[in-house]
Design a protein around this ligand. Structure first.
Ligand code: PMP
Length: 309
């Protein structure tokens, strides 16, 4: 694959060193599909829509989850968390990035089909944010459906681990949504309660309160969700973590996704039922603006969530 074929990223970190992405070749016999990964973002400081110095958001939370995912799947990561961080920083610097950058450590078993020592590769590439002041991407319409696929439950696969295998569940839901003319989908869990989006967690607003399903609703323990639960009360809105029914979601004033990839994504409608009076919702917009400032290092209280590159 050419570098241009991998989001234009020229260098990645592989098994301990920064190498040209074109040289990061593995045999098709490797068990990458049995691996785990993490999705992390580094944002431009000062203004997330600008260019300049980068800081990694919530590095510690992401890397701790990576190690937990490895443990759940019996994998051993042959580097320390500090070595991985130094590798990521070196890789971003070598690529000369001064724009928002996505970081995706991928880990898979070296020899046997599962467990034991692992390979580690960390591709990094720029992404376009939907956050920031008056970003037109933020206000785009997004029509969702409730998927007929249920979110994987912990009696089949561990939803809390970020394993590639779990994403086939998401792929089926996205394909179904697209086939039915929707942009994306919301999963219910095996009990019939709202779980999450296909690639992000879900929050809804009702009567000035932000409500999000619990970890026991088969969600991925989202780093972003954890941060949102912590900072949203600063804006004067209480956050409730509890089971949510499908009909409550239909009746919500606003709903949005939260995740590293999804950032803070407003949802226009679910099953063709328009949510609330105004799109994007006022509270969703306020949350997204505050989150943008936190990511850009402009909120002193949360500066410790940022790791300068
Ligand atoms: N759920 C799923 C299925 C996801 O893929 C993601 C993205 N990692 C999330 C939730 C959000 O998690 P995080 O905030 O840690 O990115």
């Amino acid at each position: 694959m050419s570098a241009a074929g991998f989001h234009g990223s020229k260098y990645c970190w592989m098994n301990g060193s920064v190498i040209p992405t074109d040289e990061a070749l593995v045999s098709p016999m490797e068990n990458i599909h049995l691996g785990i990964f993490e999705g992390i973002k580094a944002y431009v400081q000062g203004d997330v829509m600008g260019k300049g110095e980068l800081s990694i958001f919530a590095w510690k939370q992401h890397v701790d989850r990576l190690w937990r995912s490895a443990e759940v799947n019996g994998l051993t990561i042959p580097y320390s968390k500090t070595e991985l961080l130094e590798g990521v920083k070196a890789c971003i610097i070598r690529n000369d990035y001064d724009e928002n950058t996505y970081i995706q450590p991928r880990i898979w078993p070296k020899e046997r089909w599962t467990g034991g020592e692992s390979h580690v590769v960390v591709p990094v590439w720029p992404f376009e944010t939907l956050l920031g002041r008056n970003n037109p991407k933020f206000a785009e319409e997004r029509r969702f459906m409730v998927s007929s696929w249920r979110r994987i439950s912990s009696d089949a696969l561990p939803p809390q681990a970020k394993s590639w295998a779990n994403y086939l569940n998401s792929m089926h839901a996205i394909r179904e949504a697209n086939r039915c003319g929707y942009d994306n989908a919301v999963f219910l869990d095996s009990r019939g309660f709202v779980s999450e989006g296909t690639l992000a967690c879900l929050m809804m607003v009702r009567d000035g309160k932000v409500i999000t399903p619990p970890v026991t609703a088969s969600i991925l323990e989202s780093v972003t969700r954890g941060c949102f639960i912590e900072f949203i009360p600063d804006l004067g809105y209480p956050v409730e973590v509890r089971d949510v029914t499908r009909v409550e979601l239909y009746a919500s004033d606003e709903a949005f996704l939260c995740g590293t990839g999804g950032e803070c994504t407003p949802i226009t409608s679910i099953d063709d039922i328009k949510l609330g009076e105004k799109y994007p919702g006022i509270i969703t917009t306020e949350i997204a603006e505050y989150y943008s400032e936190i990511l850009a290092g402009n909120v002193e209280k949360y500066i410790n969530w940022l790791t300068p590159v």
